[in-house]
Design a binder for this molecule. Structure first.
Ligand code: DHB
Ligand code: FE
Length: 325
């Protein structure tokens, strides 16, 4: 028996029971929610729903006391095992990739400002239509890859400007969003996992300052300090952003601190420069077993890979139907 499981599960059930009482939840409400929960599972949308509506609260709690650059949610579209790219760094694109060319550069340092040569930036982003490879018709591997910082911690990679992303509207999560009249669009953003030996893995996102929906992110994952202003320099769109990493071992708040530090250290190790057989596998675009650490920052890759947002519109009308009572 796990005390923590009992405390969290019991507390959540108690909260829901209180909620039922406070909000006068009816049998119609109950049946509609039950059916919707079943449909979220059947559509494989639990990662989507949880990462858009819950993860930002967990992220804020997990990293409240951590020095250095702020973290932001991982979201449901990270795939481990992206290839280590070769300089000059450019995220893989299709031959006819749409979207404005974009250069992202800056420095990776420790939280106290020392450069971290060899730091790895594992980058993923949407295309100019707001779609992620591996979860849409876009070929695997597009707009995903690992970039390495140079001697002075400086990094630079070319990509294209990502577009705002919409929560898929054709599944149960989208139906809920529509039924509530919420905005389904996230502002344009670039995801990164920045790692270096001896430092905590930083999972973060940069939001483009000139994007729509900045002030209305359904995932509530935009942080003012992570909003970047793309500037035009001799015709090229440029984003400059430095990353400062917390030392691997530092005081963390909360009961799961020790466990959390161990999991993050594992994740960090695996994201390091490609050496040995695991590195070779990564270069070939395959994830080696050791490339898939498990821990609080990582779910088992096998489970995560299972999720694909539904690609065909298949309206399941029950949740949004008018209430009869
Ligand atoms: C979701 C999508 C994202 O691109 C992201 O960064 C976070 C969450 C989502 O739909 O849950
Ligand atoms: Fe995203």
């Amino acid at each position: 028996m796990s005390r923590r499981t009992e405390r969290l599960a019991g507390g959540l059930i108690d909260q829901i029971r209180r909620f039922v009482d406070e909000h006068d939840v009816t049998y119609d409400d109950y049946r509609a929610v039950k059916q919707w929960l079943i449909e979220v599972g059947e559509a494989g949308e639990w990662p989507l729903f949880l990462d858009v509506f819950i993860e930002s609260a967990v992220e804020a709690k997990a990293h409240a006391a951590r020095p250095g650059t702020s973290g932001a949610i991982e979201g449901p579209y990270y795939l481990p095992g992206a290839p280590l790219l070769e300089p000059p760094y450019e995220l893989p694109v299709r031959a006819d990739e749409e979207g404005e060319p974009l250069l992202v550069h800056g420095r990776v340092t420790s939280a106290d400002g020392r450069p971290l040569p060899g730091a790895v930036l594992d980058v993923w982003q949407s295309d100019a239509q707001g779609r992620y490879s591996g979860f849409s018709e876009i070929p695997d591997g597009i707009l995903r890859g690992k970039v390495v910082a140079g001697d002075d911690g400086a990094y630079e990679f070319r990509t294209i400007r990502p577009a705002p992303y919409t929560i898929p509207l054709d599944g149960p999560t989208g139906q809920l969003v529509a039924a509530c009249g919420w905005n389904p669009w996230r502002p344009a953003h670039i995801h990164l996992k920045v790692s270096a030996d001896g430092y905590e893995l930083l999972t973060t996102q940069l939001t483009l300052a000139d994007s729509d929906y900045i002030d209305d992110d359904p995932a509530r994952a935009v942080k003012p300090e992570l909003i970047v202003q793309p500037l035009r320099r001799s015709g090229t769109l440029v984003i400059e952003q430095d990353f400062a990493l917390a030392p691997a071992i530092h005081a963390l708040a909360g009961p799961a601190a020790a466990e959390g530090a161990a999991g993050r250290a594992a994740a960090e190790g695996a994201a390091g420069p490609a050496v040995g057989p695991a590195g070779a596998a990564r270069r070939n675009g395959r994830a080696a077993a050791s490339d898939r650490p498990e821990g609080p920052d990582r779910e088992p890759a096998s489970r995560r890979r299972a999720w694909r947002p539904p690609m065909a519109a298949e309206p399941a009308p029950r949740f949004g139907a008018p209430r009869r009572s």
